[in-house]
Design a protein. Structure first.
Length: 190
């Protein structure tokens, strides 16, 4: 009776061990399949010319399998010949050229709305500047502007200067705020 009890415990332990091995083998196989899918997606992106996506996906493959020759070759090409795009707001606005800007005696708020519309048209809807004007008084300042073939960032600089504001480029927006009068600030500090 003692022997059969020990035998059943050993059989149960072997059953659990076998089940655990099959489950871990299945998860390893699933991981390999996922890695192959990531490689195929990265390879497809590479040949489509979407090098940002290709680099991101192929880097994951290279981390898991550093000796994969095709992945290493594609990553080497991307590193040698491709500069990742700078998605900062200031650079994005500097890359967009506005063909003609004509504004006469408009408020700062109206000027910003005009620049939004011109930018949307010039970029085919891809770039719509996010500009926040702090303060109602600043938004009501009047200005006139006439420019041709100027980057959006320069147009924003002109509008900022003409309204006596300062521009701060944040991650997702340009904040226009009143420029502090340095003589008043100095006098208040004393």
């Amino acid at each position: 009776m003692k022997t059969s009890l020990i035998g059943s415990r050993v059989s149960t332990a072997v059953l659990f061990l076998t089940t655990a091995l099959f489950m871990s083998a299945a998860s390893i196989s699933k991981g390999a399949e996922d890695l192959n899918a990531v490689y195929q997606q990265g390879r497809a992106a590479y040949y489509k010319g979407d090098l940002d996506t290709a680099y991101r996906l192929l880097s994951r493959v290279a981390a898991a399998n550093p000796k994969h020759a095709e992945t290493a070759n594609m990553l080497a090409y991307i590193r040698a010949n491709y500069q990742p795009k700078d998605d900062s707001l200031k650079n994005q606005y500097a890359a967009l050229i506005l063909p003609k800007i004509e504004m006469s005696d408009v408020t700062l708020t109206e000027a910003i709305e005009g620049l939004r519309s011109l930018s949307k048209n010039a970029s085919g809807g891809k770039v719509v500047p996010n500009v926040i004007v702090k303060g109602a008084e600043l938004g009501e300042k009047k200005l006139s502007l006439s420019l041709s073939n100027v980057p959006l960032s320069e147009a924003l600089n002109y509008v900022t200067q003409l309204s006596g504001a300062k521009a701060t480029y944040e991650k997702h927006a340009v904040i226009l705020s009143p420029e502090a009068d340095t003589t008043t600030s100095t006098a208040a500090a004393k």
